[in-house]
Design a protein around this ligand. Structure first.
Ligand code: NDP
Length: 443
């Protein structure tokens, strides 16, 4: 049910109900032999507090803040796994087998990295934290990883007189690593890191499942871990990045400083009026709509579908070009358009869309910026160089709707806006779309 927007809501409810049954089953069916649960007050109290906070947050969050929230919740999963490891280390440290110690340590390190990294990702997505780099950062990150491995080996071999101190040291280093590996990641590369952190949380949970010999927890963790890993590989492919560089936090940000922020000598751009935009689209054979983050901000998905329908009723062939990292979370545009009942058959993926642009009369860009930036193909100094983008400039004419000349998430200028076949249609996407629909209907 989760793989189809039409049934995803139901799928989520089924998952939540399943989770509820799992919690009740754990509490009432699995009483540990010799040590039955006695602390129901604490357990129920924590569940009530968690449920209230989670439900209120989910009800209050704006659709545009969803990616931040997903990051925050992912971090909580990592923190849970790390806490389980900490509790278990203290509780059964004396008679732990090497295998137990390994899963305790792996759960804590991966969970800790996922928690700290997700908190930084949350800060970055909400614009509260900027990219930070320092020279020798990659080496420093590798050294931290190496020290974690050495300390972990010491604990497992039992060659240490102060295992608790070393355990705390590993925890601190894992949190440090989580922060340092996400901090330098440049704007446009965040999607890869987010799916990687998601995968980490799954693996950390699987470690806890292994520790408790709990197959359900193990399976759930492996499911999230492998789904996240597949998504990370797909995202790396979409961004043309290497997985090795993602893991040591060595891509993106460093180059942002080198040629990224908007400069004053960008050239001149052309503006187009609402009436002219409506006219060129109404009398076109083929129109391609490119949705981006701005469409989500404006909550203009329904107006967008309306425009599509009125163009269709005038005989225009209308399609959507979907970039895999458009918006702020994987699949953001698919979810957004599905909400407005746009047919999945009308959505073209990057490669398919790129083949169609040269035969397209008008491309209408709605709040997209980085995903249509030609610098990714022709400017080696650009931080997004190498990332596959939608080649909208191949169309006969390109209309770009946004509110100003400000850059997108990656903070870089976009030469597309200054090309001879491009024109700017300034304004909030929803407002502009509603006016375009009125104009088209009145023609
Ligand atoms: P961008 O962030 O590049 O650009 C969005 C544009 O929308 C802005 O330039 C903004 O311009 C415009 N905009 C904002 N509000 C409105 C509005 N109300 N009406 C009209 N326009 C508006 O978005 P893209 O979708 O092109 O690219 C996504 C970026 O986010 C990529 O860099 C990607 O790597 C990154 N990212 C993606 C994630 C994912 O998983 N998909 C996760 C994290 C980051 P103006 O202010 O002038 O209106």
């Amino acid at each position: 049910m989760l793989s189809n927007p039409a049934t995803a809501r139901k799928g989520n409810l089924v998952s939540a109900a399943g989770m509820g049954i799992a919690i009740l089953g754990t509490l009432f069916l699995y009483q540990p032999v010799g040590a039955p649960f006695h602390n129901y007050g604490w357990i129920v109290g924590a569940m009530v507090i968690g449920t209230v906070i989670g439900s209120l947050a989910a009800l209050k969050v704006k659709m545009t803040e969803m990616p931040e929230m997903v990051s925050l919740f992912n971090g909580m999963g990592g923190l849970c796994a790390a806490l389980i490891s900490m509790v278990e280390f203290g509780r059964i440290a004396q008679d732990n087998t090497a295998m137990h110690l390994l899963s305790i340590l792996a759960g804590m390190v991966i969970g800790g990295v996922s928690f700290a990294g997700s908190m930084i990702a949350y800060g970055k997505l909400s614009g509260k934290i900027k990219d930070h780099t320092f020279s020798g950062q990659h080496i420093f990150n590798l050294v931290i990883l190496f020290v974690i491995l050495v300390l972990g080996a010491l604990i497992i071999h039992g060659d240490t007189g102060a295992p608790v101190l070393i355990f705390c040291g590993i925890l601190a280093l894992s949190l440090c690593y989580g922060v340092l590996f996400v901090l330098p990641i440049g704007g446009a590369d965040m999607p890869v890191v987010i799916s990687l952190l998601n995968s980490f949380t799954g693996v950390a949970t699987a470690c806890a499942g292994f520790l408790y010999n709990n197959q359900v927890m193990l399976t759930g963790g492996i499911l999230v871990g492998s789904a996240g890993a597949i998504l990370t590989i797909l995202m790396c492919k979409a961004m043309n990045r290497s997985i090795k560089n993602v893991l040591i936090g060595s891509f993106g940000g460093a180059k942002v400083a080198a040629g990224s922020t908007a400069t004053d000598d960008q050239g001149t751009y052309r503006e187009i009026s609402l009436i002219d935009s409506a006219m060129v689209m109404k009398y076109a054979h083929k129109v391609m709509i490119v949705p981006g983050y701005g469409l989500a901000v404006a909550q203009a998905q329904h107006a967008c579908h309306e425009l599509e329908k009125s163009l269709r009723s005038s005989g225009v062939d209308v399609k959507y070009a979907i970039h895999p990292v458009a918006g702020r979370m994987p699949g953001h545009m698919n979810v957004l358009l599905a909400e407005a009942d746009v047919s999945y058959d009308d959505l073209l993926e990057l490669e398919a869309a790129n083949e169609e642009f040269s035969s397209t009369d008008v491309v209408l860009i709605l709040g997209a910026n980085d995903v249509v930036n030609p610098a990714a193909e022709n400017d080696p100094s650009s931080p997004i160089y190498g990332m596959p983008v939608l080649q909208v400039w191949k169309a006969k004419s390109v209309i770009i709707n946004k509110r100003s000349m400000r850059p997108g998430y990656a903070g870089i200028e976009n030469q597309l806006f200054f090309l001879p076949n491009s024109s700017m249609l300034f304004g909030d996407a929803k407002d502009v779309l509603q006016k375009l629909i009125t104009e088209i209907k009145s023609m």
